[in-house]
Design a binder for this molecule. Structure first.
Ligand SMILES: *Cc1c(COP(=O)(O)O)cnc(C)c1O
Length: 414
C-alpha cells in the first residue's frame, strides 16, 4: 500500500540528504582526466581538512563505506602480527576488532560494559606496562552508534603521552565527524576513519580518511597486503588532482555542496545544534517517558544518537516495526547484544527541532501501540520544554524588535 507523505528517516545513518546536496549530485558525467578536474579534487580535499580540524594531515577519499576505511587505516600502517590495543563496547567497536583479527593483527581486546566507552585509565596502564613498545596502534571508537556513547579521544591522547608511548592513534569518527567536536591535530589522531552518510549528509558510498604525516611515514615499513586502498597510489594521483581510478562524480559534487553547507552554518554552530537537539531528545526519553538510555552516565551521552531501553517484557524490534509500517518512521534497531532491548533515534545531520518532534511523537505512538505505558504527549512536552527554555541555535534567536517589525509588515494594529 502506498504510504502518503514523507518517510521520517531517523536511523543514525544514512541521514537525511539536504535537497541542495541531492540537486548538486544530479549531474551529467564528465571526463575525470580533463584539465579542469583537479579543481574539484583539490577543493574537496582542502575543505575536508577543516572538518577534521587538521592542517598537517592528508585527506583521502575512496569509493567505499566507512568499514573500508577501517581496513585502509590498518593495512597501510601495520604489518601482520603487529600488536593493536582496542576496546569493545558496542557493535561498531566490536566489528573493528573483528576485522583487525581477520587481517592478522594481534589484538589485545578489552571487553567493557556496553553503555560505557573507551576505558582511558586502563589504556594508560597497559601502555605504561608496554615498555618495549610492542603495541603499534591504539584503536578508539569516538562515537559508538550502537549504544549512543561518545568517548574521550583527548583522554586517549593524554594516556599515550603520559606513557610516552609511540603507538599510532586510530579513531573511528564515522558517526561523529561534522556533528560532534573532533580535533585531529590537537588530539594527535593519526588515522581518522569516516564515511559520507552520517554527519556529512551524503549517501553512503564514500570512505573518508584523515592521515597524519606520522602514519604516512609508517607506510613503507607496513607489510600488510593492500592494493585498491593503497595510500601510495592515491597520494601519487591526488598530487596532480586526479584519482588512480574513476572517481564517483555525483559523490564528489555532493561532497562539494555539503562542505559548502557546513561552511555556511559554521562547524562550531553545527556542534552546538547537535548538542542542543540531543538534550531535547534526552529530555523526552528520561523526563517525558521515564525511560533509560543505554548510555550509563551523562559523560557518555552521544549528541548524534540515543539508544532507548524498552521496559522489561517488551521487544524493541516491535516498536521499530510499528513505527515503520504504521507511521512511516524509520528508527534505528538494537544491534547484536542489545537487539530487542533498545531502539535508537538518530539525531544527526540536516535536522531541526520540529523534525525531531516527528520522531519523538512517532516513537511514543508506536510504544503506546504495543502496550508500553508512557503518558501520551509526554515526550513531546518534555522536548518542547527543553527547547523553548534553552538558548536556541546561535543567530536563530528572534528579538522583540524583529517580531514587532514582522507584525507591522503584515499591517497588524499592534
Ligand atoms: C556507520 C558506522 C560504521 C560503518 O560504516 P559503513 O559506512 O556502514 O561501513 C562504522 N563505525 C561507526 C561508529 C558507525 O556509526
Amino acid at each position: 500500500m502506498r504510504m502518503a507523505g514523507r518517510n521520517f528517516l531517523f536511523v543514525p545513518g544514512p541521514t537525511n540528504v539536504p535537497d541542495r546536496v541531492q540537486r548538486a549530485m544530479m549531474v551529467a558525467m564528465e571526463d575525470h582526466r580533463s584539465s579542469k578536474f583537479p579543481e574539484l579534487t583539490r577543493s574537496v580535499l582542502d575543505d575536508l581538512k577543516k572538518v577534521f580540524k587538521t592542517e598537517t594531515g592528508s585527506m583521502f577519499v575512496f569509493p567505499s563505506s566507512g568499514t573500508g576505511m577501517w581496513e585502509a587505516a590498518l593495512t597501510n600502517t601495520l604489518s601482520p602480527g603487529d600488536k593493536v590495543l582496542a576496546s569493545r563496547f558496542g557493535q561498531f567497536s566490536h566489528l573493528w576488532i573483528d576485522m583487525a583479527k581477520r587481517l592478522g593483527f594481534d589484538v589485545q581486546e578489552l571487553d567493557v560494559e556496553w553503555g560505557t566507552g573507551v576505558p582511558v585509565e586502563q589504556y594508560e596502564e597497559i601502555l605504561r606496562a608496554d615498555k618495549e613498545h610492542r603495541i603499534k596502534a591504539v584503536l578508539a571508537c569516538h562515537n559508538e552508534t550502537a549504544t549512543g556513547v561518545t568517548s574521550d579521544i583527548a583522554g586517549v591522547r593524554r594516556a599515550l603521552d603520559a606513557a610516552k608511548h609511540p603507538a599510532l592513534l586510530a579513531v573511528d569518527t564515522v558517526s561523529s565527524l561534522g556533528s560532534i567536536d573532533f580535533r585531529m591535530d590537537e588530539w594527535g589522531v593519526d588515522l581518522a576513519v569516516s564515511g559520507s552518510q552520517k554527519g556529512l549528509m551524503l549517501p553512503a558510498g564514500m570512505g573518508i580518511l584523515g592521515v597524519s604525516q606520522k602514519a604516512i611515514g609508517c607506510m613503507e615499513g607496513a607489510k600488510s597486503r593492500r592494493c585498491y586502498f593503497d595510500f601510495g597510489d592515491m597520494l601519487k594521483a591526488n598530487a596532480t588532482g586526479y584519482f588512480p581510478y574513476t572517481p564517483s562524480l555525483p559523490m564528489l559534487y555532493g561532497l562539494r555542496e555539503s562542505l559548502d553547507i557546513i561552511e555556511e552554518e559554521g562547524l562550531e554552530n553545527i556542534f552546538f545544534r547537535h548538542a542542543y537537539l540531543a538534550e531535547g531528545v534526552r529530555a523526552a526519553i528520561t523526563q517525558g517517558w521515564g525511560l533509560k538510555l543505554c548510555a550509563k552516565e551523562p559523560k557518555w551521552y552521544s549528541n548524534t544518537v540515543s539508544a532507548i531501553v524498552v521496559p522489561e517484557g517488551f521487544n524493541a524490534a516491535h516498536v521499530i516495526d510499528v513505527a515503520f509500517r504504521r507511521y512511516n518512521l524509520a528508527l534505528g534497531a538494537g544491534l547484536s547484544k542489545v537487539a530487542g532491548k533498545v531502539f535508537r533515534i538518530g539525531h544527526l545531520g540536516d535536522l531541526n527541532e520540529l523534525m525531531l518532534m516527528g520522531a519523538i511523537a512517532g516513537a511514543e505512538m508506536s510504544m503506546l501501540d504495543i502496550g508500553i505505558q508512557v503518558t501520551p504527549g509526554s515526550g513531546v512536552a518534555a522536548a518542547s520544554n527543553y527547547w523553548r527554555t534553552h538558548d536556541p541555535i546561535p543567530k536563530k534567536r528572534v528579538s522583540r524588535e524583529e517580531v514587532i517589525y514582522a507584525s507591522q509588515q503584515m499591517g497588524s494594529v499592534n
